[in-house]
Design a protein around this ligand. Structure first.
Ligand code: SF4
Length: 457
């Protein structure tokens, strides 16, 4: 504790609740919070309870963590925990750790993701973010190495709990709130966290096999809510689809899901201000169900009181659902809080490519949907419709020229909105040729253009 600390605040940290109230009145709230969050330091570790991270997601070339979290740092490791005492990040500090700015993140789906700088060369240009997610499961990334093959990283992924138990067990004289917090973190064993991830899947109706690329704007920290299952087209090429026919949930089912999710996210709910409406074509669920779900979630999850600023909602759509959606939805969304990102899987504007992919829609429909996207993006400040096109080494000759016609020739000026994502078809095959191809497309495009790295929850 700081020697300069006023006497009444010293009493507050050691003393009963009445002293807390007294000190809270005696000091401005910012001073009060700072003193409450003063780190506990001893010779083997430093613990900062409920550290106040950034309250907004911003793209920085140094690690800037958002939300309120507790940090336990030893000479060898740093661990971060959310407000429910669940581990959310881990980092090694030894000389074998890849880079001092790189870390492991644990998702709500209980995956560990390694965030690397990629040497900072070209990562931001390619994906619009400074840190590249590397997964332990198959994905379509063209960049990155194999961090999970590294001993230091793999060890931390599999033995963080044993390391933490040993570390916490060796600290004496922990002050009360920190002692309770440490006890909580130890109740969240890997088995317990896996069980919570299983409960999440059970609530939303299964593993979320893919999140929209726009979710990068909130580092994929969102609450999923399934309002419709399956998708319309069941395209042959698609590796993330399921066999469920398209169907919508009832409003009662959605309300029940929200209540159960609220229970699951518990104390950490305040660290979320983003919603994903699943599954693969929530836009097809119709204006009434979409607006109902957004409003219910906003109210019940308490997004208005989130620690994180700027509410965001993400969903997928298809060319078919976009063209059948009336203006009425976009007008309604304009009146709701936050930004709305709708990602449309177009894949190609060339008929031969669509046939090769087994996507049962016409190139004409793709072009119409693309024009509709432009209209909506121009008309509504709080809505961004983005689109995906595929990349592969063995596509019909007109695939890229047909896309260029849309993203370059038809655009008189460059635009800041309406991102285009290129999604490599092959999984686990980083390729310099594809990357070179992508860079050429990006340079020519008059719309913001990025690579789509498929990420699940
Ligand atoms: S690309 Fe979209 S519409 Fe086609 S199968 Fe996959 S999820 Fe369904």
């Amino acid at each position: 504790m700081n020697d300069q600390q006023p006497e009444s605040v010293a009493a507050l940290i050691a003393g009963p609740c009445s002293k807390i109230a007294e000190a809270a009145t005696a000091f401005p709230i910012t001073t009060f919070n700072t003193l409450m969050n003063a780190p506990f330091v001893d010779k083997i570790c430093r613990i900062t309870h409920e550290k106040q991270g950034s309250s907004s997601y911003s793209k920085q070339s140094f690690p800037l963590h958002c939300g309120i979290y507790t940090e336990i740092a030893s000479t060898d490791y740093v661990f971060h925990f959310n407000l429910s005492g669940e581990i959310i990040r881990a980092q090694g500090k030894g000389k074998n750790w890849w880079h001092p700015h790189e870390w492991l993140k644990r998702t709500r789906g209980d995956d560990w993701v390694y965030y690397s700088t990629g040497g900072y060369t070209g990562v931001f240009e390619a994906i619009g973010e400074y840190y590249l997610p590397n997964f332990a499961y198959p994905s379509n990334s063209l960049l990155g190495g194999h961090p999970f093959a590294e001993k230091e990283i793999k060890n931390l992924e599999i033995s963080w709990y044993q390391t933490l138990t040993k570390l916490v067990g060796s600290i004496n004289n922990l002050p009360d709130p920190i002692r309770r917090f440490c006890a909580d973190t130890l109740t969240n064993t890997p088995a317990c966290l896996a069980e919570k991830a299983r409960r999440l899947r059970e609530i939303v109706g299964g593993r979320i096999s893919v999140l929209p690329p726009d979710a990068r704007h909130v580092e994929y920290n969102l609450i999923p809510l399934t309002i419709a299952t399956g998708c319309l087209h069941k395209c042959r090429f698609c590796k993330v689809k399921n066999s469920t026919p398209f169907g919508t949930k009832t409003s009662d089912e959605i309300v029940e899901q929200i209540c159960r999710l609220k229970d699951l996210y518990a104390d950490d709910l305040v660290n979320y201000n983003a919603l994903f409406l699943g599954e693969h074509d929530a836009l097809q669920a119709g204006a009434d169900l979409i607006c109902f779900s957004i409003q219910e979630a906003y109210k019940k999850f308490g997004f208005a009181d989130s620690y994180i600023k700027a509410h965001k909602t993400f969903l997928f759509g298809s060319a078919t659902s976009l063209l059948s959606t009336s203006e009425h939805l976009f007008k309604d969304l304009e009146k709701l809080p936050g930004m709305f990102y709708i990602n449309i899987g177009l894949e190609s504007a060339d008929q031969d490519t669509l046939a090769k992919l087994g996507k049962p829609i016409s190139a004409e429909l793709v072009r119409e949907a693309f024009l509709r996207m432009q209209e909506i993006n121009n008309r509504y400040g709080n809505i961004e419709i983005t689109a995906n096109f595929i990349m592969d080494g063995d596509l019909p000759a007109n695939h890229y020229p047909a896309i260029m016609e849309l993203i370059r020739e038809r655009q008189v000026h460059t635009k800041p909105k309406g991102s285009i994502y290129f999604s490599p078809l092959t999984f686990n095959q980083p390729s310099r040729t594809r990357l070179f191809e992508f860079n050429r497309l990006k340079i020519l495009s008059r719309l913001p253009t990025f690579l789509y790295i498929i990420q699940r929850l």
